[in-house]
Design a protein around this ligand. Structure first.
Ligand SMILES: [Zn+2]
Ligand SMILES: [Zn+2]
Length: 189
């Protein structure tokens, strides 16, 4: 969703407007919020307050989003809820009424171009990515996958004793061989 801040910048400094936006699940891949899909966002809602500040517009608000991810331990697909609170200053580069160039914005600052449009979808996408946990788990005590056989330890808790396993299998072979010798067909009795 893109908004024009031109009307806001024509109002006195301190003037404020509110935008509420939400979509999903699902988010339309051909819609105006489609860029959220490449951040694995499946649904979101956001409230954005836009205030006319001296160098431009301050965007403050909250975003809530659901992300599709996989558990960092057991790899099963999960949906993680993410909440972000944000405050971003956008610097006007051109005076809205006179068209005169404004003082240069700080190097890494977000700027408002000559079309006076701000893309709220991109802002929400960035803020949700920043608030996303690095390693999400399906549950806090997820046991993960067995490092030996790869089985899900939540479903089948187990341990391996690799060396003994080998020895046991040798022993089993030996036993089987002995059993063949010692347990002959019934006619021996
Ligand atoms: Zn898990
Ligand atoms: Zn295992």
């Amino acid at each position: 969703m893109k908004i024009s801040v031109a009307p806001l910048l024509k109002q006195p400094v301190g003037h404020r407007v509110e935008h509420v936006l939400a979509e999903g699940p699902p988010i339309d891949p051909r819609g105006e919020n489609a860029d959220l899909l490449d951040a694995e966002i499946t649904a979101f809602e956001a409230e954005v307050h836009v205030t006319h500040t001296d160098p431009g517009a301050l965007l403050e608000g909250t975003a809530r989003a659901d992300l599709s991810a996989e558990c960092a331990r057991c790899l099963r697909p999960i949906s993680i809820p993410v909440r972000a609170r944000f405050a971003e200053q956008y610097y006007a580069t051109i005076h809205v009424e006179s068209g005169a160039a404004m003082d240069e914005a700080p190097g890494d600052a977000k700027t408002i171009g000559s079309d006076f449009m701000i893309d709220l979808t991109q802002l929400i996408r960035e803020e949700v990515i920043l608030a996303t946990p690095v390693a999400a788990l399906c549950r806090p005590d997820c046991r993960g996958l067995c490092p030996v056989c790869g089985a899900d330890l939540n479903e089948r808790p187990h341990t391996h004793e690799e060396r003994t396993d080998e020895r046991w299998s040798k022993l089993r072979e030996l036993r089987a061989a002995l059993a063949e010798d010692e347990a002959p067909p019934g006619d021996r009795t």
